[in-house]
Design a protein around this ligand. Structure first.
Ligand code: PMP
Ligand code: GLN
Length: 387
């Protein structure tokens, strides 16, 4: 038989799926895959249920229902002062994952170069390659995750079509600073490139920090594609409602990709997300505040177990160095070990790098109920016999 596509055939099953299956098999507390264990805001779910009974339940407009596109534009104005034309500059798709794929398929020509920062979310590289681009990888490394400016500048060339930027960044829990973003914006301008900005964790920034979209920098308004996700903003990861904001000439080719991938996204969920994006500022503040408290409790507990815990400025994730625990093996082995022996599951940080990456850090998702976090810490404490 003829072989399947080699790029996709050579990708393994996603590390998130692998670790979640292992967690189920071993009845382990799953702090691997990044999903909250709550059920999302009740009022937003009630709206979705209502709109399911309400007409229409047929194909909505390809770009998304007007209410949600208007709400995305209003949200960009309210939080970032961006003036967005909802009719020509907003598109809804089935999760940020699909938005990312549509952006990459819509913009890349075979042979283009794409600059990516490691550690990176697992869908980026296969889709960049499947779209025919050559990836130029630049590494950020723990514990500080500083942006290596010289390496980044060297990765750009006349062939660079775009940079893919994730801030707040999974799994580094890093928010790119104003200075770092200005540096990136300058490179994008100098090389006449675009920036695909994965901002799914935009509201999950801690300790008074605020997320700054690259799109707000001089010269970036027409070069950035700004991506958000209801999964993260409403703690409803299973809904898969994502949205992108971009200048009309960029949105058009992206919409072409979307129309041939999924075409539309369930209309009741879109309308409920439109309602959600209109919630008052207190809702958005509480998202970060609740997670910040969980982070503090969990980070303290991990340190008491004996981990060297890294700083966490945003997202659902915190990473830690397990070497002080005396474990003899790499991060993949450590994650298997704590799943099967301690009953707690995490994700190896090396999974976010291509080829050999840092191999002694693991990522925990702390977007969980307090008693789940306490239970996980108790299991780790017992296993490593400390505290
Ligand atoms: N980008 C990043 C950085 C993520 O961590 C995730 C995972 N939630 C996504 C995109 C995908 O978001 P969605 O579930 O909306 O497809
Ligand atoms: N974004 C989630 C994480 O990083 C996982 C999403 C997925 O399972 N594809 O854990």
């Amino acid at each position: 038989m003829k072989p399947a596509n080699s790029i996709l055939a050579s990708s393994g099953t996603s590390v998130f799926e692998v670790m979640s299956r292992l967690a189920i098999e071993h009845r382990s507390i799953n702090l691997g895959q990044g999903f909250p264990d709550g059920n999302g805001p009740e009022d937003v779910r009630a709206k979705a249920a209502h709109f399911l009974e309400d007409k229409p339940n047929q194909y909505p407009p390809m770009l998304g229902v007007p209410e949600l596109r208007q709400a995305v534009a209003a949200h960009a104005k309210r939080f970032y002062g961006l003036e967005i034309d909802w009719e020509r500059e907003v598109m809804v798709a089935s999760g940020a994952t699909e938005v990312l794929a549509s952006c990459l398929f819509g913009l890349i020509e075979p042979g283009d170069e794409v600059v990516l920062l490691e550690p990176l979310y697992d869908s980026y590289l296969p889709i960049v390659r499947r779209a025919g681009a050559v990836p130029r990888l630049v590494r950020l490394a723990p514990p500080g995750w500083e942006l290596p400016r010289d390496d980044l500048a060297a990765a750009f060339s006349a062939k660079t079509k775009l940079i893919l930027l994730n801030s707040p960044m999974n799994p580094a829990a890093k928010l790119f600073t104003r200075e770092e973003l200005a540096f990136i914006a300058e490179l994008v301008l100098r090389h006449d490139a675009y920036a695909v900005c994965d901002e799914v964790y935009e509201h999950l920034a801690f300790d008074g920090r605020t997320h700054i979209p690259l799109m707000t920098f001089p010269g970036m308004r027409r070069r950035c594609l700004k991506i958000g996700s209801a999964g993260k903003t409403f703690a409803l990861t299973g809904w898969k409602v994502g949205y992108v904001t971009a200048a009309p000439e960029l949105l058009q080719p992206i919409a072409k990709a979307h129309q041939f991938i999924t075409f539309t996204t369930p209309p009741n969920l879109q309308r409920a997300v439109a309602y959600g994006l209109g919630k008052d500022d207190a809702y958005f503040r509480s998202l970060a505040r609740e997670l910040e408290t969980k982070r503090d409790v969990f980070a303290k507990g991990l340190a008491e177990v004996g981990f060297d815990v890294l700083a966490c400025h945003g997202t659902y994730f915190i990473s830690a160095d397990f070497r002080p625990l005396g474990f003899n093996g790499d991060d993949v082995e450590f994650c298997r070990h704590i799943t099967t022996e301690a009953g707690v599951t995490a994700i190896p940080v090396s999974a976010f790098y291509e080829g050999a990456g840092p191999d002694h850090f693991v990522r925990f998702a702390f977007c969980k109920e307090d008693e789940v976090l306490r239970g996980a810490l108790e299991r780790l404490r017992r296993h490593f016999r400390r505290g």
